[in-house]
Design a protein around this ligand. Structure first.
Ligand SMILES: Cc1cc2nc3c(=O)[nH]c(=O)nc-3n(C[C@H](O)[C@H](O)[C@H](O)COP(=O)(O)O)c2cc1C
Length: 167
């Protein structure tokens, strides 16, 4: 089944449920090499007059190298597939062909890799990257709880260029 572009204003999505409970895949790469990782932290909203998505990627993730090397990445959302998303969020693409392992299929939308199995794909263009700074925590307990390894997330803010759904 083919993907169909919709206007972002037609998007029916509860980000708390879709990201927090159902999870998404952050995917980047080119025709030669692609990597993906599961994410359950992130956001969507409006900034600088743009519709944006924000994702948080720890520096050691292999996916980070692909997001850094490309101007765009995709966010894929699914109906179910929790087992597969669990694997893609546990195994590193550095160690295995995890996409092949879960039998997911890469498709390219506007030249950006995403997944045929997705019900919704957002194509996002990077606008801004920074790293969570420990000295900026007003509630220091979050730093202690989430970053014992001092691997503070990179924060990517990206313009949502296109929204694709599958009927
Ligand atoms: C449910 C779930 C949510 C996750 N959310 C994030 C996240 O938001 N940011 C992050 O850096 N890692 C997150 N991870 C961990 C990465 O998906 C995981 O380390 C993955 O194996 C990285 O793969 P890679 O090394 O191929 O990039 C999550 C894992 C799971 C299972």
């Amino acid at each position: 089944m083919a993907f169909r572009e919709i206007d972002i204003k037609q998007l029916q999505l509860n980000p708390f449920k879709a990201i927090g409970d159902e999870w998404m895949l952050i995917t980047a790469g080119d025709e030669k090499k692609v990597n993906t990782m599961t994410a359950s932290w992130g956001g969507m909203g409006v900034l600088w007059g743009e519709n944006v998505a924000t994702v948080y990627i720890r520096p050691q993730r292999y996916t980070r190298e692909f997001v850094d090397a490309n101007g765009c990445f995709s966010l894929s959302f699914f109906d179910g597939y929790k087992k597969q998303l669990g694997v893609l969020g546990t195994v590193s693409g550095r160690d295995r062909d995890k996409i092949g392992d879960v039998d997911f299929h890469v498709t390219y939308l506007d030249g950006v890799p995403a997944f045929e199995e997705a019900r919704l794909v957002l194509i996002a263009e990077k606008l801004y990257v920074d790293r969570i700074r420990p000295e900026c925590f007003l509630d220091k307990s979050i730093d202690e709880k989430h970053y014992p390894g001092r691997d503070h997330h990179l924060v990517y803010i990206a313009r949502i260029k296109k929204v694709y759904v599958r009927d």
